[in-house]
Ligand binder design. Structure first.
Ligand SMILES: Nc1nc2c(c(=O)[nH]1)N[C@@H](CN(C=O)c1ccc(C(=O)N[C@@H](CCC(=O)O)C(=O)O)cc1)CN2
Ligand SMILES: NCC(=O)N[C@@H]1O[C@H](COP(=O)([O-])[O-])[C@@H](O)[C@H]1O
Length: 202
């Protein structure tokens, strides 16, 4: 019996997208095994989600590195080296991982097997706070809709090859919370579909 492909998930917060991945591996919708969940925030609730699912967790603190006089690149190299040498996953999924990884981090993964979920369409609102920025742009009449995408991770933030994207409507009566809820529900689908699509194309 062939073993399942392995996934490392990187998080920073609540982990609702991690939970979607966990649930999908349990129902068989995602034919893979999550072998580790890493967070750059020790208080991330997603770590509890992983523990409840029996998945090993690791935390990496940039502040600890800086307190020891080390650099952001030292932190990235340590994190990448740990993931690669201790777990060697077939796929790394950034699921709300709020840290821009350096070229040094990416150099540990020459197969470009890192994907990211981003709550915007390609080239629209790269970086953090994308949902709020899309909402403001809609209110200013600059856009008619927004979307979410799963893309490969390269040094240029949110500019990697798009694996899946999905448009998401915005309505005049929407509050920011309405839009966030609509986006999050689609995120939970597309992160699973995007991970499976990547693995199917390995
Ligand atoms: N080199 C890359 N790193 C990351 C990518 C990427 O495509 N290339 N995707 C991001 C995820 N992301 C948006 O999807 C994103 C996350 C965080 C930030 C950001 O500004 N982070 C700040 C810290 C913010 C905080 O701590 O709250 C930082 O890293 O200094 C921008 C975009 C994941 N990384
Ligand atoms: N630039 C990436 C980014 O902004 N990602 C955002 O972080 C959230 C993580 O939620 P979660 O911790 O509940 O999965 C996601 O909803 C996503 O919109």
């Amino acid at each position: 019996m062939s073993s399942l492909p392995t996934i490392a998930v990187l998080i920073s917060g609540s982990g609702s997208n991690l939970q979607a991945l966990i649930d999908a591996t349990q129902t068989g919708k995602l034919r893979a095994k999550i072998i580790v969940v890493c967070s750059n925030r020790k208080a991330a609730y997603g770590l509890e989600r992983a523990a409840k699912a029996g998945i090993p967790t690791r935390t990496f603190s940039l502040k600890q590195f800086k307190d020891q006089g080390k650099t952001r690149v030292d932190f990235d190299v340590y994190m990448a080296k740990t993931i690669q040498e201790e777990y060697n996953p077939d796929l790394i999924v950034l699921a709300g991982f709020m840290h821009i990884v350096s070229p040094e981090f990416l150099s540990f993964f020459p197969r470009q097997n890192i994907i990211n979920l981003h709550p915007a369409l390609p080239g629209q609102f790269d970086g953090a706070h994308a949902i709020e920025r899309a909402y403001e742009a809609y209110k200013q009449g600059k856009i008619q809709h927004t979307g979410v995408m799963v893309h490969k991770v390269i040094a240029d933030v949110d500019r990697g090859q798009v694996i899946l994207e999905r448009p998401i409507p915005i309505e005049d009566k929407d509050t920011l919370e309405d839009l966030e809820n609509r986006i999050h529900s689609i995120e939970h689908e597309i992160i699973v579909e995007g991970a499976q699509k990547f693995l199917d194309e390995l």
